[in-house]
Design a protein around this ligand. Sequence first.
Ligand code: SAM
Length: 377
Amino acid sequence: MAEDERTNSPDLTASQATATHHSDASGEGQQRLERYALTHADDLHEEPPRTDIFRGLVVDSDPDRDSAYGDSDSSSLTTSLNSSVTDYKYEHGRRYHAYQEGKYVLPNDDAEIQRLELQHRIWQISLSGRLNSAPISENVSSCLDIGCGTGAWAIEFADRHPRCQVTGTDLSPIQPDIVPRNVEFIVDDITSEWLYPQKFDFIHSRAITVGIKDWGALVDQVWKNLKPGGWIEFQEYHFPFTSDDDTLKLCPALDLWNNNLASASAKAGMRLDAILGVPEILQEKGFANVNQAATKWPLGPWAKGKKEKKVGELLERDLLGAIEGTSMRLYTKILGWSEEAVRKHAEEVHDDIRARRAHAYIPIDFLWAQKPIDAVD
Ligand SMILES: C[S@@+](CC[C@H](N)C(=O)[O-])C[C@H]1O[C@@H](n2cnc3c(N)ncnc32)[C@H](O)[C@@H]1O
């Protein structure tokens, strides 16, 4: 992409927005941009046959057989903030979002930003570079990415669709300050009413389950904000981690963490497997062409295949960095654990993960559907 495409971003248009990021052309930002480009300088963007993406896992009897997949993953995008929505909350040594304080239980600090970038890499590998499964038009002109996190998906989508105006929304302004000209980021709560002045050709969301209590209400908003003929796509993981051969029980701390997380979330009003009920919600709402696909991300390099091994290694790193942050607010506020108990438990879970005794995986779900061309709002 040409450098000058990243030196401006459109003015804020959504009336409920509280902050927007505009690009700067600082040298520091340019360095970030270059590092970002490096993470994409591999062969992952080739469109593979879909069967290559959504495949199952086979235990590898020789875990060293497949060499590392793709390039080094040492480079990552860091962000700097330029926003008025930065009166962050600090708890247990972690930083949390300020806008609609308390709504989302995971941190938004540098460690979490790095983890989301790592997770973006896992999505890239898992989907062999594909960003979406919905058969959107090449001429897509408007796209909304809800709960966009670091904005990595939105930026990449904008790069690939230079004539599409891409809007990313999140509770946290943790997106980079240098972005393609056709991207804007808005601080917004996707569980409040969306007040965008225009409708979108494509609405995308990825890994927002932990923030959503009422998927019916979310689907209502999606319906209202899609153009007739437009597509919605959800990309989600759902808990708990599981194993097909019962080896998860060899990791009791991991198993306990897993189940506690699901039950604490349920007590807080969020089902971590809620995505499984969303196809029905979409159908009831009137969406057409409701499609589903699924894959599995192995935890650790136990599964056969280069791609599976790479995903497994990265997911292991991701989870080692996520256990404490994911659990702290939920376990202390909902389950009544002390901070010390959470930290001790997290260490035990880390030990289980590092021991690699289980053939554990997390199920990944892809769901896409179309608002009928003759839809009546
Ligand atoms: C696990 S992260 C995923 C980020 C991004 N979609 C990705 O795949 O890299 C979940 C994101 O959802 C955002 N989120 C959670 N609840 C939200 C809400 N009610 N409104 C807007 N964003 C929300 C969080 O701030 C966080 O950035």
